[in-house]
Write a new protein. Structure first.
Length: 70
C-alpha cells in the first residue's frame, strides 16, 4: 500500500457562501468544521452523518447547503 494519502474535502455552500467543510482523514473518519469556528465540530464515521451534523449546526430555518468536493 502507498504511503501517499489524497486529501478529500467537501465544502458546504449556502446562499451567502461557504458555511462549513468536511475533511476525510486517513483513518476514514470525517471531521466537520464550521466557517469561523476555532476548531472542528466533531468527527463522524460516515460522510452522510457528517453532513447531517453540519446541517444541524446551521441557524434554524437555513436552507440545506450544497456540498461540493474539492
Amino acid at each position: 500500500m502507498s504511503d501517499t494519502q489524497t486529501r478529500r474535502l467537501w465544502v458546504a455552500y449556502g446562499p451567502a457562501g461557504a458555511v462549513g467543510s468536511i475533511e476525510k482523514s486517513a483513518d476514514d473518519a470525517f471531521s466537520v468544521k464550521m466557517v469561523g469556528a476555532d476548531g472542528p465540530l466533531g468527527t463522524y464515521p460516515a460522510l452522510d452523518v457528517a453532513k447531517s451534523a453540519l446541517v444541524a449546526h446551521l441557524k434554524p430555518g437555513s436552507d440545506r447547503p450544497e456540498f461540493r468536493e474539492h
